[in-house]
Design a protein around this ligand. Structure first.
Ligand code: PLP
Length: 414
């Protein structure tokens, strides 16, 4: 009855990807991906952070300042710091995990070389406000949208990345579509694209045959781990032991700015073939996530929960909700059989290695302690969503101290 995680790909897809002999898969994957999201060219890397690192290296920058949200995946500031540049963090809004244009404006000055607007969880940012402010304060800055958690994010004028110089997509496990590990960099300027390709050809190692075996094994392990009874075991191990440290906290580098040792390896053709299959499912996946999430929107709003506002229907890589006591909320919902997750549970300026920024982004810190997400992936059916909403309502009655309600007045709470 209750929703379980589903493997992000079928075993059939995985097997097909590994046995197929299409050696041009990477080029085709890059081209189709770029076409899908409205860019002339795409570059597939083994991680999203590798793509950002390579781009910064191609620019040849040292000690330059790059503007990023405080509430984002730690791998973004890590790649910037390790490339030899500096980050400036923007705090998110009082009542939203995204950065407002006012916050962006106050962080901008002529020293900024790159801005990384980051719509999270498929929720659009104030693109118009961002563009206006960048145009007046730093028209020369490179605009790289980080849409790793916001594939296809839109506003009334179309894709939010439509005027960007570049866009970064994450393709690791847990993203909307996945190539096991991976990141895609889309670029507007074809000359720049050629330069990044040349840099990648020079600096990044070709994957060896062992790499295919390792990745395939990881794919099979992932597929198995997402199925019961193993999923519960993996979930238990992750929350209660350090056995999976290598795949979780280490993966994001929560203990300081690092990049994985294999960050400068090229991905395998097998991953590109998997990516092509995933790209075929993309529209369907987004549509289901959207439908599921809109059901939550309706029912939970009626029940009085505070939900995040959006200027346009999000693509909902996740369905985010903010709770007063996350540990307790997760435990209570689990008692009712509902697994809720949380993914960015830190604020980057407060991580080790960013001491000079500690305490400077209080809103982001606040959200990092309180965000959860409800199951909205394909495989969660309409009945299950209704069931979860009923349970949420029941929890609201029995544990009224756990949730935030409308109207949401953070100013008075903090
Ligand atoms: C996943 C993610 C990335 C890229 O992560 P990699 O693990 O390096 O592929 C970048 N930004 C955000 C917001 C992400 O969630």
């Amino acid at each position: 009855m209750l929703p379980r995680l589903r493997p992000p790909f079928s075993l059939g897809e995985l097997l097909f990807a590994v046995v197929s002999r299409n050696q041009r898969a990477e080029k085709i994957f890059e081209r189709k991906f770029a076409e899908k999201f409205g860019f002339p060219c795409g570059l597939f890397f083994s991680y999203g952070r590798s793509a950002l690192y390579a781009l910064l290296k191609v620019f040849g920058w040292q000690d330059e300042v790059i503007l990023v949200p405080a509430y984002t995946c730690a791998v973004v500031p890590h790649a910037i710091v390790i490339s030899g540049n500096r980050v400036r963090f923007m705090d998110c809004e009082l009542d939203h995990f995204n950065v407002s244009s006012a916050s962006l404006t106050s962080s901008l000055d002529e020293s900024i070389k790159m801005v990384i607007p980051t719509p999270l969880f498929g929720y659009p940012v104030d693109r118009k406000g961002y563009e206006k402010s960048i145009l007046t304060k730093t028209p020369q800055a490179f605009i790289l949208y980080d849409v790793a958690h916001s594939f296809g994010v839109q506003d009334h004028e179309g894709l939010q990345t439509d005027h960007a110089d570049g866009a970064l997509f994450g393709l690791g496990i847990g993203k909307v579509i996945t190539t096991l590990y991976g990141g895609m960099l889309l670029l507007r300027d074809e000359k720049l694209c050629k330069e990044v390709i040349a840099y990648r050809d020079r600096g990044f190692l070709k994957p060896g045959p062992m790499e295919i075996i390792k990745k395939f094994a990881y794919g099979v392990a992932t597929w198995v781990a997402f199925r019961e009874p193993l999923f519960s075991l993996v979930d238990y191990l992750e929350r209660n032991t350090t056995l999976l440290y290598h795949f979780t906290d280490y993966y994001y580098g929560k203990s300081g700015p690092t990049l994985p040792t294999n960050f400068d390896r090229r991905p395998t053709q097998f991953q590109s073939r998997l990516g092509l299959l995933q790209l075929d499912s993309y529209d369907r996946i987004i549509e289901i996530r959207r439908q599921n999430s809109l059901r939550y929107e309706k029912k939970l709003r009626e029940a009085g929960f505070f939900l995040f506002s959006s200027i346009f229907t999000p693509t909902y890589s996740h369905f985010p909700l903010v709770v007063k006591n996350r540990k307790k909320a997760v435990a209570v919902l689990r008692e009712y059989g509902i697994q809720v997750g949380y993914l960015v549970d830190y604020s980057c300026p407060d991580l080790p290695g960013y001491e000079e920024h500690h305490g400077k982004c209080p809103n982001s810190y606040w959200f990092a302690q309180r965000m959860i997400n409800l199951p909205n992936w394909p495989g969660v059916g309409t009945n299950q969503i209704s069931h979860i909403c009923n349970i949420m309502e029941k929890c609201l009655e029995n544990y009224s101290d756990l949730f935030y309600l409308e109207p949401f007045k953070l100013n008075s709470i903090r």
